[in-house]
Design a protein around this ligand. Structure first.
Ligand code: PLP
Length: 392
């Protein structure tokens, strides 16, 4: 059976060019970057620093301000907890949006045991943060604002520059989770005005298990991990050299190929959007119509349950996401959590519908024919499910 992958927001395949560059670092180039007295170690240290420069180049940063981590979850935890702990003498109040990824939300919530307080700022029906509410939520003891650059579930891109200006005026540090955007659309830390920014390799054709935190020069954080002082003491532990090399290579490729990839994604996205609007009655698109990721289409359809749609699509070999792309099936969540996506609840979608939304995230290797095949099979699936629906 043919397979069509439309869930690139949850992960992407590692680019074979990246894998090829990584392979020697598992075998012949196995050195430890901290072992500088002999050649294997020196080569490893050189490769690590080259990768750091390439990652920095993708986001307009200086290499010395990139800290490699095991992924975005760690980078988000490092930013939130590290900044909070290092600045607790100034205050213990943190502001998030209502639609942050769980690795930001739960990292911040975990700080409550150290006496920190969290305010979550609402978003409008497109998922754009309410800047008035953000300003109103700032207190004398606010030390950090953390708002994601683009939302994985509804594709909306947040007004990061405006948020950074608000934070700067008040002397508050600003972190952005940019997993949805780095390597996909242009991200420049200087232009955005962020103090810290999270990225992950596997969201743009790099390997899994590697990410980075950009930390502006002079910002203090307390490390999450104590140990051998790797990564300038911010992140101890022998580096994941193959992963780091892979992240460097993919950063370079993404920078070069980004304009043509965006053009390709926009053509496919518009084809998909138009096709769905024309073929499906009572379809509701979610997220902002223009301020959104280029390959991202999200929607719900009346009287057709999302998970059933996904299963029927999977029978046809089409893979896409429902609810939160990264976490629609995690252990430890309550039934209530699973019942409704916090993002869809935040944009005002009624809770009985929140389980019924779909997210299509296209990738660089998808093509017109795949989108047309989806548009051919999807209306029939919707019709069949609607015919069985008790709500119709
Ligand atoms: N932040 C966002 C916006 C995400 O979509 C994800 C998941 O892909 C993460 C953070 C966590 O990334 P990872 O699972 O690579 O640590």
């Amino acid at each position: 059976m043919r397979k069509i992958f439309f869930d690139h927001i949850s992960t992407t395949p590692t680019d074979p060019r990246v894998v090829e560059e990584m392979l020697p670092y598992f075998t012949s180039q196995f050195g430890n970057p901290s072992s500088l007295f002999y050649e294997h170690g020196q080569q490893a240290a050189k490769a690590l620093e080259e990768a750091r420069a390439k990652v920095a180049g993708l986001i307009g940063a200086e290499a010395q301000n990139i800290i490699f981590t095991s992924g975005a979850t760690e980078a988000n935890n490092m930013a939130i907890k590290g900044i909070a702990w290092a600045n607790e003498d100034k205050g213990r109040h943190i502001i998030l949006s209502d639609i942050e990824h769980f690795s930001v939300l739960f990292a911040a919530q975990a700080l409550s045991r150290w006496g920190f307080e969290i305010t979550r700022v609402p978003v409008d029906s497109y998922g754009i943060i309410d800047l008035g509410a953000l300003k109103a939520s700032i207190r004398a003891d606010t030390i950090l604002i953390s708002i994601m650059h683009a939302n994985n579930e509804i594709g909306t891109i947040e007004p990061i520059v405006e948020i950074a200006n608000i934070a700067r005026e008040k002397g508050i540090l600003f972190h952005a989770d940019a997993v949805g955007t780095v390597g996909i659309i242009p991200v420049n830390v200087g232009e955005l005005g962020v103090d810290a920014l999270t990225l992950a390799g596997h969201s743009f054709y790099g390997p899994k298990g590697i990410g980075a935190l950009y930390l502006k020069q002079g910002i203090r954080i307390d490390p999450l991990l104590q140990g051998g002082f790797q990564e300038a003491g911010y992140r101890s532990g022998t580096e994941n050299l193959p992963g780091t090399v892979g992240l460097g290579v993919v950063a370079q490729i993404a920078k070069e190929e980004m304009p043509s990839r965006i053009e390709h994604l926009l053509i496919l996205r518009d084809l998909l959007w138009r096709g769905l609007s024309q073929r499906i009655q009572d379809i509701h698109f979610t997220g902002h119509p223009t301020q959104r990721l280029p390959g991202h289409v999200s929607f719900w359809v009346e009287n057709a349950e999302g998970e059933s749609l996904l299963l029927h699509l999977a029978f046809k070999g089409i893979e896409l996401a429902s609810g939160s792309a990264c976490s629609s099936n995690i252990r430890g969540r309550t039934e209530e959590d699973l019942a409704a996506s916090q993002v869809l609840t935040a944009i005002g979608v009624p809770s009985h519908i929140c389980t019924g939304s779909l997210t299509i995230s296209l990738g660089k290797d998808n093509n017109r024919e795949e989108v047309e095949y989806f548009l051919e099979v999807f209306p029939g699936i919707v019709e069949r499910l609607r015919a069985m629906s008790p709500w119709k």
